[in-house]
Design a protein around this ligand. Sequence first.
Ligand code: ARG
Length: 392
Amino acid sequence: MKKVVLAYSGGLDTSCIVRWLKEQGYEVVCFIADLGQGLGGEDLEEIEARALAAGASKVYIKDLQDEFVNDFVTPSLKANAIYEGKYLLATALGRPLIAKYLVEIAHKEKAKAVAHGCTGKGNDQVRFEVSIGILDPKLEIIAPVREWEFKSREEEMEYARIYNIPIDVSKKKPYSIDRNLWGVSIEAGVLEDLAQEPPENAYIITKGPTGQYTYPKYIEIYFEKGVPKKLDGRVYKLKTLINHLNEIGGVHGVGRADLVENRLVGIKSREIYEAPAATILHIAHKELESLVLDRETAHFKEIIALKYAELVYYGLWFSPLKEALDSFVNSTQKRLSGTIKLKLFKGNCVPVTRKSSHSLYKKELSTYGKDDKFDQKLAEGFIKLWGLPYKR
Ligand code: ARG
């Protein structure tokens, strides 16, 4: 019997896919990747049971949270990668990691095919398939949603009912949601109407104006070589630190974004995002860079940041350019150690103090006070030469 490894989420689509693939003559092995989505009340064991009930012959559950934050989130944080000015790439960063283990499990199971539940209109199909293609070009990739006969959610529900495929009916689903440790992506439903403000109930981990704390919260983040290590003086594993920041940031309404974005497949779509920890860490990291990096490196790095974000968004994580950019970024992070204190209040996250033993800030040069060591006489000659090319 042909065997296929399916990236299984536990939702309606991938549950129907299990059954559908069996009808195509496949034995179906399900792979559940834990990137921290379970913390949203999703019980991984429940999802496993659902996969088996839907007809899977075997289920793999892998806790990939540490690998996700260390090898995927951290490099993109160091690079300050933000897509189209707002999206911190939570979903996009998770896909290559899931692809990596899909391929690994396929090898272990001696399966010749892998499958995913992405639609033909999205970015995620591209990220999965490009990554899989790079890691093992011989694997066949099946994308049932692109080829099956169902035209609506209702038809899928009917199919699930006929074949006793268990679905989680407790969740009414007005939105399509993807969640992991680094953030939540929410789309569809009323959000497709650009004339409407996202309703408060669309948000999951951040509080709106009425639910937020009414006093500011100060936090201190210590980075070592560009990697967050401490929160308020205490050392944490990165995964734990991110969880804490999601919680603290969430109650202060930090990290919401509403974006009409350019998808890879040519369409524009509206999505809202919640990423309290990612937002706080990006702001703090950037702040530390303004202290430590020289002007030219800092400015050049902004160009790299744009490209890096595109590569992540475009599914090119395992590409040579991305690897080369990592080398550049890492070399800029060698001295990036220090502490940034931030104030969280009413949806804002603002750096208030900074400290680093590698700081290039020299008060004796910038001061307007009596300790001034800056030789103002040098400025005259500098300005003359600087402006020389433009003299007519
Ligand atoms: N637009 C985001 C991206 O392309 C998220 C896609 C998944 N969103 C979702 N709600 N399922 O990375």
